[in-house]
Design a protein around this ligand. Structure first.
Ligand code: COA
Length: 257
């Protein structure tokens, strides 16, 4: 049982590795995930990340129900807002993150999914935020991102019934990008990750940040942020390399500078 982080070229692969508990996450696994996301954010060699679960049964069955309610943290911890930040809670990771959903994606697994950018799922994957069935609700962004990312009636159906949907429905509703056979899962996720990693890293990260921040700012402010960010990028070596490579009819060699 662990959170594994492997680096394959410019791609980090984060694996929730606790298949005997269907990759349910207890405090130790959440801490491991927090460290993994910080490594993804801060290691300049990493340009994109994939998150997946070990085994073929579950991406993650969410919070460890056997320790979560028994070990509720001290009330004072709720004020330590910079502690134990996660991709779906507090951390700003502008490098693209791709979810490779290898099986059941439940509760905290789905709230993690909602913080990723591109999502590939196997045909037998299922999705739910079942917390209301257990006396809780989907925290770590679940109540916030579900309604942002899905149409109102669909988000509310998932949130309030806690019922699950299959991969075909998730694809139809736009919760995932593609549904593939199990042996195509990692190759498809890696192909997306490598394709994005070939693009100019600063441009990719700026594009992600601007797109996500657009939810929090009015259009005029968003347009100004976009204009300023673009002006900054125009001074980057990679912007010059992009146009030089085009002119010289060769693939660009981006360095992230
Ligand atoms: N927390 C703690 N343990 C969990 C868990 C969770 N969220 N999900 C699964 N497990 C454990 C099971 O208790 C079981 O342990 P055991 O072998 O000691 O009995 C083991 O993982 C395997 O689970 P099992 O239910 O036998 O596997 P399955 O493949 O038949 O079903 C799930 C997988 C994920 C569909 C099912 O385990 C499930 O519904 N889990 C609860 C998920 C949930 O409600 N999450 C929301 C959290 S709020």
């Amino acid at each position: 049982m662990s959170i594994d982080l492997a680096i394959d070229g410019a791609v980090a692969i984060v694996t929730i590795n606790r298949p005997e508990r269907r990759n349910a996450m207890d405090a130790e696994h959440y801490a491991g995930l927090s460290r993994a996301w910080i490594e993804v954010r801060d290691n300049p060699a990493i340009r994109t990340a994939i998150v997946t679960g070990a085994g073929d049964k579950a991406f993650s069955a969410g919070a460890d129900l056997k320790s979560f309610t028994a070990d509720a943290p001290p009330l004072a911890d709720t004020l330590l807002t910079q502690q134990g930040q996660l991709l779906n809670r507090g951390l700003e990771v502008w490098k693209p993150v791709i979810a490779a959903v290898n099986g059941a994606c439940l509760g905290g697994g789905t709230t993690l999914l909602l913080a990723t950018d591109i999502r590939i799922a196997v045909r037998h994957a299922t999705f739910s935020v079942s917390e209301v069935k257990r006396g809780l609700f989907p925290g770590n962004g679940g109540t916030q991102r579900l309604i942002q990312q899905l149409p109102h009636a669909i988000a509310m159906e998932l949130l309030l019934t806690g019922d699950g949907i299959d991969a075909a429905t998730a694809e139809r509703w736009g919760l995932v990008n593609r549904v593939v056979e199990p042996d195509e899962l990692m190759p498809t996720a890696l192909a997306y990750a490598r394709r994005i990693a070939e693009n100019a890293p600063l441009a990719v990260q700026a594009a992600k940040e601007l797109a996500l921040r657009s939810r929090d700012v009015d259009l005029a402010t968003g347009l100004r942020l976009e204009q300023l960010m673009l002006r900054l990028l125009q001074t980057s070596a990679d912007a010059r390399e992009g146009s030089d490579a085009f002119g010289e009819k060769r693939p660009p060699r981006f360095t992230g500078a």
